[in-house]
Structure formats: structure tokens, C-alpha cells
Ligand binder design. Structure first.
Ligand SMILES: Cc1ncc(COP(=O)(O)O)c(C=O)c1O
Length: 393
């Protein structure tokens, strides 16, 4: 019996029509047509998976640890995460800490649990691709906050205006940012906090979902100056985890600090029906990695990415001039498309040279592209960026 290729009315939830498929996946598919791609589209780390995590994983398997866990994660693991968070200025306890099968799932659950369908969610542009689509999946309205073209930081006046016009139940953003690599300075976070703290016209206050998945990827002064939203604003959900830093994104694991009983209870129930629990062996592997100091030995990794950032930024500057701020974190550079090209034209020319970058459109900023320097070989960073000079004069 063959598969049905016929489209029928009313099979698929009509709301799915409003959800955009991932543009990043599409870009990655184009790789299969290329002979010698300069692949700068990778949103995953290029260093090797943590040895300690691997040992923890093997132990968990050999010990036959294959049962269910609480929906918010194994208590011992949450206690270790509390210590890890404390070292990083996030003060929480194990009853307000959650473990999920990835940051995507954690943010999804938060976006569902905070506010009700029909409510407004502030999304600071350029934004990671999942925030608007997850918001729409929960029948909430994404309200886009513009950004300052010189700094790639949020346009605070636009945020002020939008938060007057809408009852924003939450605001979501990442710092260090995907796609910009930009780290929000303390002053910017303080301004966001001041706006969020103003009561909405329906009497509610605004929660912040602070995505810090790249918080171990900070270079130069940013490592010492990094400020977390939770240090400034008490209604902050801090989310992140080991996916990028321990180079295990495919294992699906994340953690967050949820400083509110009601939201925590809602999350516990939502996660139970949503994923039951994050995979048990992954949780145990993370527990082992934390207990054995995996997060205290990341400086070598930081140096490796920092060096790639310096080289990629310098090479880009040779071609695009002084195009924007040098990113201080993550492994992305967000580059404006030169005026002489339309965005589509530029992307086509890049594709012709087998340069694979992600169009800014995917992040709500059409006149840019995202270049990821999470690439193993430094020579291939130089060579790949050089290819732009074939059509950017
Ligand atoms: C800013 C940001 N948040 C969340 C995620 C998703 O993380 P996870 O793989 O843990 O779901 C990514 C992945 O690239 C990301 O860049």
C-alpha cells in the first residue's frame, strides 16, 4: 500500500499554516548540492563532546539506569545544578530548578505556562528562530521589538512603546545572542528591567525569559563583565545548560531556574504531559559531569572559539569594512548585506560561491546574514570568507 499524496481538507490543524518551517534546516539542505562548501551555517559546537559526560553516560547505561524520573528532573541533578548556577550568580534551589530535554523544550514550556492564549509576548529582534513560532503554536501573539542597527542591541524606545501598547506577559531574548553574538551590557538589562517592572494595564507584570545557552562562550572582557538578567530583575526565568558548552546538543538536555511557585507547578504538570522526563541517562551523565568538574575546565574551549572569532571578524572587515561591533560571545557574527545587493541577490551569489550562511530573514532582520565560525579548521574560515571578495567589491 502506497502513501497518500493527496491533500485533503481538514486533516492537519489549520493553525500549522501559521507556523514557519525552519529556514536554517533549508539552508543546511542546500549543502548536499555543493562540491566544496564553505559551511558557516552551523549552530552547533565544533569541539568534541565532553569526556566526563561520555563516561557518565556509559556508567548510566551499564548500571541499567533506565527508569522514569520526576518531570522536572532527578533531584540530585537539580541540587548539583543549583551549585553550578550559584557560581554563576543565579541563586535558586532545587525546588525551583528544572531539567528538560533541551532548551527548545524548556522555552516552549515557559511560553505555554506564562500567560494565556491570546496574550502578547515581546520578542527582541533579531531573535533565535524558535521564539516566534513557539509563541504562535501556543496561540499567543509575538510582538516584535526592533533593534539598534549600530549596536545590534534592543531599541529601548521601541520596547517602551510596545510595552505601553501591549500587555506583554513575557519578553524573550538571548545574550550572548543567536544570531548576533552580542552580549547585552548591564545598562541595557537595567533598562529592560525598568520597563518590564511597570505594571501592564490589565494589572499583570512582565516576565523575562533569558536564554543564556551561550553563557560559557564569552570572550575578552565579556567573561568578567557578563551580567545575567536574574541579577537585576526578580521575574526572570534563566534558561540554558550544557548542550553547547559540553558539545552535546543532540543528547537533548537543558536546565533552568524558575523563581515562582505557581509557574513551577504549572511547568511540572506541563512537562509531565509533554515529555514525561528528560532522558534519564542524559540526566545522569550531566550529574556525573557536574560532580567531576566538567564546567570548571572550559577555558581551553573559550580560547579556541575566541581565536576563531578574531580571525573571522578580521577577515570579514577586509571585505565588508567596519560593518558592526565585534561580537563578545556565542559563535556567530551578524553581517549587514552591502547596499548594492538585494538580500535575495546576495544570498544567491553567496550560494554560487558555495558559501553557506543563514539569511537574516530567519531571525527577523532581512538585510543581514549570520556567519557561524564554529568551524574546525581556521584555514577554512579564512578561505571561505575570502570567497565573498569574488562578488563584493
Ligand atoms: C539561542 C538559542 N536558544 C536555544 C537553542 C536551542 O537549544 P537546544 O538544542 O538545547 O534545544 C539554540 C540552539 O541553537 C540557541 O541558539
Amino acid at each position: 500500500m502506497g502513501y497518500s499524496t493527496q491533500r485533503e481538507i481538514g486533516i492537519v490543524n489549520r493553525d500549522m499554516k501559521k507556523i514557519a518551517p525552519s529556514m536554517i534546516r533549508k539552508v543546511m539542505e542546500s549543502l548536499s548540492e555543493m562540491k566544496n562548501p564553505a559551511n558557516f551555517s552551523i549552530g552547533a559546537p565544533c569541539h568534541n563532546p565532553s569526556e566526563l559526560f561520555k563516561v557518565g553516560l556509559i556508567n548510566a547505561i551499564n548500571d541499567g539506569k533506565a527508569g522514569y524520573t520526576p518531570s522536572i528532573g532527578i533531584k540530585d541533578l537539580r541540587e548539583e545544578i543549583v551549585k553550578y548556577f550559584a557560581k554563576r550568580n543565579i541563586i535558586t534551589d532545587s525546588d525551583h530548578t528544572v531539567v528538560t530535554g533541551g532548551t527548545t523544550q524548556l522555552i516552549n514550556s515557559l511560553l505555554y505556562c506564562i500567560g494565556s492564549s491570546g496574550d502578547d509576548v515581546g520578542i527582541i529582534r533579531p531573535s533565535f528562530v524558535i521564539y516566534p513560532e513557539q509563541t504562535k503554536i501556543h496561540k499567543k501573539n509575538p510582538i516584535y521589538i526592533d533593534f539598534d542597527k549600530n549596536t545590534l542591541l534592543p531599541d529601548i524606545e521601541d520596547l517602551r512603546k510596545k510595552s505601553k501598547e501591549h500587555n506583554l506577559k513575557s519578553i524573550v531574548f538571548s545574550s550572548p545572542g543567536n544570531p548576533t553574538g552580542v552580549v547585552y551590557p548591564k545598562e541595557t538589562l537595567e533598562l529592560i528591567a525598568e520597563i518590564a517592572n511597570d505594571r501592564n494595564s490589565d494589572g499583570t507584570k512582565t516576565w523575562i525569559i533569558f536564554d543564556q545557552i551561550y553563557d560559557e562562550f564569552l570572550y575578552g572582557d565579556a567573561l568578567n563583565n557578563y551580567t545575567r538578567m536574574a541579577q537585576i530583575y526578580k521575574r526572570t526565568m534563566s534558561v540554558g545548560g550544557p548542550a553547547k558548552s559540553l558539545a552535546i546538543p543532540g543528547y537533548r538536555l537543558a536546565c533552568g531556574a524558575i523563581p515562582n511557585d505557581e509557574i513551577m507547578e504549572a511547568m511540572e504538570t506541563h512537562l509531565l504531559y509533554h515529555h514525561v522526563n528528560a532522558p534519564t541517562h542524559n540526566q545522569l551523565a550531566f550529574l556525573y559531569a557536574l560532580q567531576n568538574g566538567a564546567m570548571d575546565t572550559l577555558q581551553g574551549m573559550r580560547n579556541m572559539y575566541g581565536k576563531r572569532r578574531d580571525i573571522a571578524y578580521k577577515e570579514l572587515t577586509k571585505i565588508f569594512g567596519n560593518f558592526g561591533p565585534k561580537p563578545e560571545g556565542a559563535f556567530y557574527i551578524f553581517v549587514p548585506i552591502p547596499e548594492q545587493f538585494s538580500s535575495d541577490e546576495f544570498m544567491k551569489l553567496a550560494k554560487k560561491e558555495e558559501i553557506v550562511v543563514v539569511p537574516g530573514k530567519a531571525f527577523g532582520a532581512d538585510r543581514y546574514f549570520r556567519l557561524s565560525y564554529s568551524v574546525k579548521s581556521i584555514d577554512s574560515i579564512r578561505e571561505g570568507i575570502q570567497r565573498f571578495s569574488r562578488f563584493v567589491k
